[in-house]
Design a protein around this ligand. Structure first.
Ligand SMILES: C[S@@+](CC[C@H](N)C(=O)[O-])C[C@H]1O[C@@H](n2cnc3c(N)ncnc32)[C@H](O)[C@@H]1O
Length: 276
């Protein structure tokens, strides 16, 4: 079988993720890269978020999925209209008044909506993206003094890379329609909570439930039967271990920055599960 991508192909050129995202893997790449398969064809990332892995790998062909419509609209605009987006960013002001004025006014036009999304992502508290039950963005202003919305060169490189990708808004199970033998899928779902009180940020207006985790494990098993290479990260809990017993389960220590209290950030244990 012809292999499109080899791990050794990773070019030195760095593309930084364009947004901050809860659960983003940017800081964990140095740990996770050791678990990657050596080679594969198409790359699939069905819980895209900030796409830290996608921008790190720079694959020749990719299928990118996320349920968050605003996020997917943003990447589609970065891919198709990067210059218009950069132009539209010029009008934004970094002030509390301006932030609250535009926070609830989601534009219809795709470029304006991507510009609104990037503005809020960079100025909201801790870069969080959280919506209420009506789907309205409700994170408070982050009180940043200086904000860099984007780096032009980086955004244009990201745009070029995204042109090699199919970008889809929907449920992770869409991956079943796209992933083929020899492809590689990296699953990074909202983590199963370690405790009832440790529920992570709400990314969309639907929570990722225990049933969703069970559904995900079934998708994992179906893809495994098809000969797709699979890697999944999740919290180190008995429930997750039981869903993937029979696969390679490794424990990693992750320094996550999701907790605002510095003393609680350190050393969260998580699992990397692979079928290879
Ligand atoms: C932990 S984040 C992924 C972080 C990503 N790896 C990164 O580096 O930024 C989980 C993502 O899953 C998305 N999501 C939640 N439920 C989903 C579903 N049912 N199907 C697809 N995506 C979903 C969220 O919108 C969020 O972007």
């Amino acid at each position: 079988m012809k292999v499109l991508y080899s791990y050794n192909d990773i070019k030195q050129e760095v593309i930084q993720p364009l947004i901050k995202w809860a659960g983003g893997k940017r800081r964990l790449l140095s740990v996770y890269k050791h678990f990657l398969p050596k080679s594969f064809n198409t790359y699939h990332e069905p819980f895209l978020g900030s796409g830290a892995f996608f921008f790190f790998l720079k694959p020749q062909r990719a299928v990118l999925i996320d349920k968050n419509e605003d996020l997917i609209n943003f990447y589609t605009v970065v891919r198709d209209k990067p210059l218009e987006l950069m132009e539209s960013m010029k009008k934004h002001e970094v002030s509390k008044e301006y932030y609250y004025r535009i926070r609830s006014k989601k534009p219809e036009d795709p470029v304006e909506r991507a510009s609104w999304f990037l503005y809020l992502n960079k100025t909201a508290y801790n870069g969080l993206w959280r919506v209420n039950s009506r789907g309205e963005f409700n994170v408070p202003f982050g009180r940043y003094k200086k904000v860099t919305f984007f780096n032009k060169d980086n955004l244009l490189k990201a745009s070029e890379l995204l042109r090699k990708a199919i970008i889809l808004c929907g449920d992770f199970s869409l991956v079943l329609e796209y992933a083929k033998e020899g492809d590689f899928v990296y699953f990074d779902p909202p983590y199963f909570p370690i405790s009832e009180t440790a529920k992570f940020t709400q990314y969309t207006n639907e929570n990722f439930t225990k049933d969703d985790h069970i559904r995900l494990s079934k998708v994992f098993k179906e893809l495994d039967r098809k000969g797709v290479l699979l890697m999944l990260s999740n919290s180190d809990t008995e429930f997750i271990r039981s869903l993937y017993s029979g696969y390679n389960i490794r424990k990693v220590i992750a320094n996550r920055y999701i907790n605002c209290k510095a003393n609680k950030r350190k050393g969260i244990r998580e699992l990397v599960i692979t079928n290879y």
